[in-house]
Design a protein around this ligand. Structure first.
Ligand code: C2E
Ligand code: MG
Ligand code: MG
Length: 850
């Protein structure tokens, strides 16, 4: 390239030829042909030349100094691109000496230039403009660095040249690339807007979040054809409400705001959280740009919305109490549940929504749990603004790691429906469906609560059993039974009024719980009122009949301290009442308890006495009072138990009747007596009529006659071999099959006698209709004759009845000759008693008979 002939810098690198030498050459050339007269002219010329040379030299020095002082690499290029000169910064930057660079093509420094790169350069330069290009320059060691080259043209020796200033961009590139990297890699969208809301730039995250293509969005995506902008609650935002507008208007940073962007063409909703920062130019009051950074919260928002909806569906709201700030935060659902406008914003206001008891409970719980740093769960009842009551379950927890327990947060659940359902269930569970009064469980719970409360511990229990209810139920059917129970409930309820609590305990059993503190006789008075309430006959359809009650009374604390014990003792007293008389009441006593304990023991052993063969029969002769001849015998049962010893029947028979064991025992007695008669007959003793005691309970079923038939057949005995003694109890017990059984027995030839006549029930009018043969005058009255006048009177009366009804008469318990005389005078033909013989073993009886 040096062939171009242009010389801007000498080859030696920096020292142009000295003007004095050039002048001497000139002088030498001129002096030869010219005369000496020319000398002054020449000298003047030489001076001028010297001066010009000196000026040129200093200009050159200034140029070089300036050229080398320039901080960026500067090259002078020929029109064809040869490097004519390079400054010191260029030498430094390219890492080559000036000699290595000058005269070389520009490609040495710019290895990446295209082939005809000079054409566009000259096109621009020829238009008088500066050509600017970013390229890569190469150092002597082959390493490269980015530069921005500004090129201009100038004339050198009439030839067009280029001066090219290269600015090293390495530093800026580094900073910019870091910045770009940052913008490209962060997941936050970043956008720069100008005052017309035009987008100056947007990073890839912005494109991604807004679902835009690669082209930069020019229009702010907030309004217009494509976009609809809404606030957090879905309300349309006006242009002046957009965060970008506000940042431009106010010149403040608008901190994170939730904005929804609906893209119409795609039908897609995007939720972003956007922070907007104004950017000011130097010295300006209003921003000329605004930066927006935003993140995609669509999913978060969706979760939130779903969560909200789920909360609403489950009637669960959230709450947080900031103790430090004394502020209460409630979610929408929590506010809805509480139902107050405006919603409570402080704890005090929340407490006001609750009933006074629960208010205190919540306050105390909060205080306590904050102290202990624990959570809590409370069911509270409140009153909504509309006056409806609401049940809420409030769960609270102290935030983990919150040392000062400054925040308590939790959930608030509407459990009103559940509570109501529970209440209904509870009521149902407590109510007897037939009568609508409390049931057993409820009564026990009530009793337990009363006994647990010292001020109510003096409680009495009335255990009520309807007499003969089972007969009504069996004979008239369950509907009649139900009707009877309802009517009985009504009568008891009326009788006790508000003085006691009535519950049905099951079947035909009722319990009244009452207070026994102030009036000690209160339970008895109630019992009497109930007894009286059953005096009028019950009417079921056309039928009228009497139903009475047996009532047992037990009181706390003396008769029991637990509900079970108290009820059990009241039940025992009731049983005692039933056992004795029915239709009345019996107060529980310790003796009763002891008796019952004994009875229980007896009953337990009695149950197994038959299989253990512990029974036997003795036979007490019945004699002709006149001559003393044995006409028959009464079979009397004897029980010998290993532990209890010999027990008399008047002790254990009633237990056997209570337990029902008497039916099996009675069956055994019948068989044993028949077996004995057969044995005696086989021994040639002849037929002796044996009187057998039959319990009223043996009449309950309809198989007494059938059973007796079987036994008689088994031992080949006629019915006339037996006499059955039963008490008046059989008559009032009112078992439906009794009359029929009597008729059957009589048909079989069995004699029927009423035992202990006159002792009990005075049901004289029955006698007329009964198919019986005779009466046994109770030893209760024989005992007093002939001395006791009233006993004499009873004996005379019974004698009269028997005679007038045509019934036979036997006197029992005849112990003295005086009694025998009295009875003989009264016309009683037959007697039985220790005067003649006690109960005898079969062998002894047989011996005496012979
Ligand atoms: P009961 O049928 O009136 O029997 C008469 C009772 O009086 C018998 O008592 C007998 O021993 C007793 N006795 C007889 N003569 C005299 C006397 O001169 N003076 C006195 N003080 N007592 C006399 P026992 O054997 O203790 O029977 C008591 C009751 O037990 C009987 O009264 C009867 O009701 C019942 N009983 C006895 N055996 C049976 C039985 O096999 N089945 C049933 N169901 N009850 C029975
Ligand atoms: Mg008897
Ligand atoms: Mg008797």
């Amino acid at each position: 390239m040096s062939s171009s002939g242009q010389r801007v810098a000498p080859e030696d690198g920096g020292h142009p030829a000295a003007p004095a030498d050039a002048l001497a050459d000139l002088e030498h050339a001129l002096c030869q042909p010219l005369a000496a007269g020319l000398k002054p002219v020449l000298e003047a010329a030489r001076d001028a030349l010297l001066q010009a040379t000196a000026q040129c030299q200093s200009a050159q020095q200034r140029y070089r100094a300036l050229f080398d002082a320039f901080p960026d690499p500067v090259s002078i290029l020929s029109a064809s691109g040869t490097v004519l000169d390079v400054n010191a910064a260029g030498v430094q930057a390219y890492g080559r000496s000036r000699q290595e660079i000058v005269g070389q093509p520009i490609e040495l420094l710019n290895p990446d230039l295209p082939e005809d790169h000079l054409q566009p350069v000259w096109d621009t330069l020829n238009r008088g403009q500066t050509y600017v290009i970013e390229v890569t320059n190469m150092r002597g060691d082959g390493s490269r660095f980015p530069v921005e080259v500004h090129s201009a043209s100038f004339q050198n020796d009439g030839q067009p040249c280029i001066v090219a200033v290269a600015r090293d961009l390495s530093r800026r590139w580094q900073a910019e690339s870091r910045y770009r990297l940052l913008l490209e890699s962060i997941d936050k969208g970043v956008m720069l807007f100008d005052q017309h809301f035009q987008v100056i730039s947007a990073n890839p995250a912005a494109h991604r979040i807004l679902g835009l293509g690669a082209e930069p969005p020019t229009q702010i995506p907030m309004e217009g054809e494509e976009w609809i902008t809404v606030d957090e609650h879905g309300r349309r935002l006006r242009t002046e409400q957009w965060p970008v507008s506000r940042a431009f208007r106010d010149g403040h940073t608008i901190p994170s705001t939730i904005v929804g962007l609906y893209h119409r063409p795609r039908g897609r909703m995007i939720w972003i959280s956007i922070t907007t920062v104004p950017v000011f130019s130097c010295g300006r009051d209003l921003p000329d740009h605004v930066f927006s950074m935003f993140s995609d919260v669509t999913e978060l928002k969706r979760d939130h919305v779903l969560f909200d909806r789920a909360q609403a569906l489950a009637h669960i709201g959230g709450w947080e109490w900031d103790r430090g700030q004394q502020r209460l935060y409630l979610t929408g659902e929590a506010q809805r549940i509480l139902g107050h406008t405006p919603p409570p914003a402080t704890l005090e206001q929340l407490l006001q929504c609750l009933g006074s008891d629960d208010r205190l409970r919540l306050q105390q719980t909060l205080d306590r749990e904050v102290e202990r740093k624990r959570g809590f769960e409370l069911d509270l009842q409140g009153l909504r603004g509309d006056g409806h009551s609401v049940w809420i379950r409030m769960i609270g927890e102290i935030e983990a790691g919150d040392m000062a327990s400054s925040r308590i947060a939790g959930t608030l659940q509407d459990i009103t429906e559940r509570k109501h359902a529970e209440e209904t269930l509870k009521t149902q569970a407590r109510t007897d469906p037939l009568t609508g009064i409390m049931n057993r469980d409820a009564a026990l719970a009530d009793l337990k609560a009363r006994l647990g409360n010292p001020s109510h511990a003096q409680v009495a229990v009335l255990y009520i059993d309807l007499d003969r209810f089972k007969t009504v139920n069996d004979v008239l059917g369950h509907n009649a039974g139900d009707e009877l129970l309802i009517e009985a409930t009504r009568r008891i309820a009326n009788a006790i009024g508000t003085e006691g609590l009535l519950a049905r305990f099951g079947g035909d059993e009722f319990v009244v719980i009452c207070d026994a503190r102030e009036v000690p006789e209160h339970p008895q008075l109630l019992a009497q009122a109930i007894t009286d309430a059953f005096a009028p006959l019950f009417r079921l359809g056309k039928d009228e009949f009497a139903v009475t009650t047996s009532i047992g009374i037990a009181r706390a604390p003396e008769d029991g301290q637990s509900p079970q014990e108290l009820i059990q003792n009241a039940d025992r007293a009731m049983y005692e009442c039933k056992r004795r008389s029915r239709n009345g009441w019996q107060v529980f006593t310790p003796e009763l308890a002891r008796e019952q304990r004994d009875r229980l023991q007896i009953e337990r052993r009695l149950r197994r006495a038959l299989e253990r063969n512990e029974f036997r029969l003795v036979y007490q002769p019945q004699v002709d009072l006149r001559g003393g001849r044995i006409v028959g015998a009464e079979a009397l049962i004897r029980w010998r138990n290993r532990q209890l010893g010999e027990l008399r029947p008047d002790i254990f028979i009633s237990h056997a009747e209570t337990t029902g064991d008497i039916v099996r025992i009675g069956d055994w007695v019948l068989r044993e007596a028949c077996r004995q008669v057969r044995e005696w007959m086989d021994e040639g003793l002849g037929l002796v009529r044996i009187a057998i005691n039959v319990s009223y309970r043996q009449f309950n079923g309809d198989n007494l006659a059938r059973r007796l038939r079987e036994i008689l057949d088994e031992y080949r005995l006629p019915g006339a071999a037996l006499e059955l003694e039963f008490t008046e109890r059989v008559l009032i017990e009112d078992a439906p099959a009794t009359l029929h059984t009597f008729a059957e027995l009589r048909e079989m030839g069995v004699m029927l006698t009423i035992d202990d006549f006159g002792e009990g029930y005075s049901a004289l009018n029955y006698l007329r209709h009964l198919p019986i043969h005779g009466l046994k005058l109770s030893q209760l009255f024989i005992n007093g004759v002939p001395g006791n006048r009233s006993d004499v009177a009873v004996c005379e009366a019974v004698c009269g009845i028997a005679r007038s009804l045509g019934l036979g008469l036997v006197a029992e318990g005849v112990e003295s000759e005086a009694q025998r005389q009295f009875l003989l005078e009264l016309g009683v033909p037959i007697g039985q008693g220790f005067l003649f013989a006690p109960g005898l073993s079969p062998r002894e009886f047989a011996r005496r008979l012979r």
